[in-house]
Design a protein around this ligand. Structure first.
Ligand SMILES: [Fe+2]
Ligand SMILES: [Fe+2]
Length: 419
């Protein structure tokens, strides 16, 4: 969320400073005491963020930081005025402000990172307090004009300080993906999601991972290629002419003319460290590639990172691995994996290594993000290990096995302008 600086002023009636709340002076003093925390506290917050302002490269985050500082500056100005009214009403506002300033100055001797961490934590609490104030009309409702408005304004803006630095764009992206897939379906064009967004879509019971990438990654088939290109152009997506001319038989690349979201389409196969030929199974599920292809798109990665590992586990706690999948969309079709690892030593090797990694990760416990899953992921890993072991191996496999790891068994993904 982008905090916006709003320059507001409130004509606080000074004679009501010690008795402005509709529920009486005790509640008034509770709020007044809170107000005493703000000038010194918010100055500390602003400074702790300013220390880092020059190190921020991300233009959006820079703007958010400026918006945050701008808002807090306005709050400070208004609370100084408010607290002066308290002082004039013979309440010890200035003395308490000096005490807080002294205490915060002690904290200013701490490392800058510590000061920033304090701010993050305190902003979180402030945002929660603000939420409590806003969710119930009786918190300040019906109180003296000016005071009620000021607290509501401050609370509203504080909720913006809880915003995570990277907004979750996935719901919007998923909406656009579904729209395009539905449109394609009407025209008999094959279009299915793959990658992180696809995994999110087929595991709706699990807590979503917030960042899933900025691209829409799709799979399609050769016969759909032409009409799909026409459809995307018609929907405002502009094709990368050079890229599509060079690689278009395998992969298409588009970016939207207005919002800039990129669309990447793999045709018939996903080709990275190994090849996942998904065309035959592309329409098993309505919006995504089949579970086994989603899993293989991760298991083919030679350097599985934490996100990929998380994706594998998400699939394994949501779908059974079936040794005779029969082309079903509600299980991970083990036959597809058997066909690959029985003939292709490289695939066999890479999946073996990745299963070991997954097992090692699970030895430390199932991560929180996937504990809500229906299945024990260890069962899926075990079935996959059996498949790797028991599948009869071809002559080609056995010949390659003699060379083993002495020769590279995977491909390094081709460097193209978009990957
Ligand atoms: Fe504030
Ligand atoms: Fe704040």
């Amino acid at each position: 969320m982008m905090p916006v600086r709003r320059d507001l002023r409130f004509n606080l009636p000074p004679e009501r400073a010690a008795d402005w709340h509709v529920q009486g002076s005790h509640v008034t003093h509770f709020f007044n005491a809170l107000s005493l925390l703000f000038p010194a506290g918010e100055r500390f917050f602003m400074d702790s963020v300013r220390h880092y302002r020059d190190q921020i490269d991300d233009p959006v985050l820079r703007k958010q930081v400026l918006g945050f500082i701008g808002q807090e500056a306005m709050h400070t100005r208004e609370h100084i005025e408010y607290n002066d009214l308290l002082q004039n009403a013979r309440l010890p506002a200035h003395k308490l402000d000096r005490r807080l300033t002294w205490f915060l100055n002690v904290n200013r001797k701490m490392p800058k990172s510590f000061q920033l961490a304090m701010t993050v934590a305190l902003e979180h609490y402030t945002a929660m307090l603000a939420g409590l104030l806003l969710e119930d009309d009786t918190r300040v409702g019906g109180s003296v004009q000016g005071y009620a408005q000021m607290w509501t304004w401050h609370a509203l803006e504080e909720t913006e300080h809880k915003a995570p630095p990277s907004p979750d764009e996935a719901p919007e992206m998923l909406g656009e993906a579904r729209r395009l897939i539905d449109l394609a379906r009407e025209r008999d064009i094959v279009l299915r999601l793959l990658g992180g967004l696809a995994i999110r879509l087929v595991t709706p019971d699990l807590p979503p991972r917030t960042r899933v990438g900025q691209d829409l990654d799709f799979g399609s088939v050769k016969s759909s290629r032409k009409p799909l290109m026409e459809m995307l152009e018609e929907q405002g997506y502009v094709g990368d002419r050079n890229f599509n001319a060079l690689y278009g038989d395998k992969q298409l690349y588009f970016a939207h003319g207005e919002h800039g979201h990129a669309v990447d389409v793999m045709v018939d196969r996903l080709h990275m460290c190994h090849t996942v030929a998904f065309a035959q199974r592309a329409t098993v599920l309505p919006y995504t590639l089949s579970p086994v292809d989603l899993l293989l798109s991760k298991l083919q990665i030679i350097e599985l990172n934490e996100k990929d590992l998380d994706d594998c586990l998400r699939l394994l706690v949501s779908f059974d691995v079936s040794e005779s999948g029969d082309g079903r969309g509600d299980v991970i079709d083990g036959r597809v994996i058997a066909d690959l690892v029985g003939d292709d030593w490289g695939w066999w090797k890479t999946i073996s290594l990745n299963l070991e990694r997954i097992e090692a990760a699970l030895a430390g416990g199932v991560p929180a993000t996937v504990t809500g899953g229906r299945l024990d992921p260890r069962a899926g890993v075990q079935t996959l290990s059996h498949i790797l072991q028991d599948t009869p191996k071809s002559r080609r496999w056995k010949l390659r096995d003699r060379i083993g790891e002495r020769k590279r068994w995977y491909e390094l993904p081709e460097e193209t302008p978009h990957h």
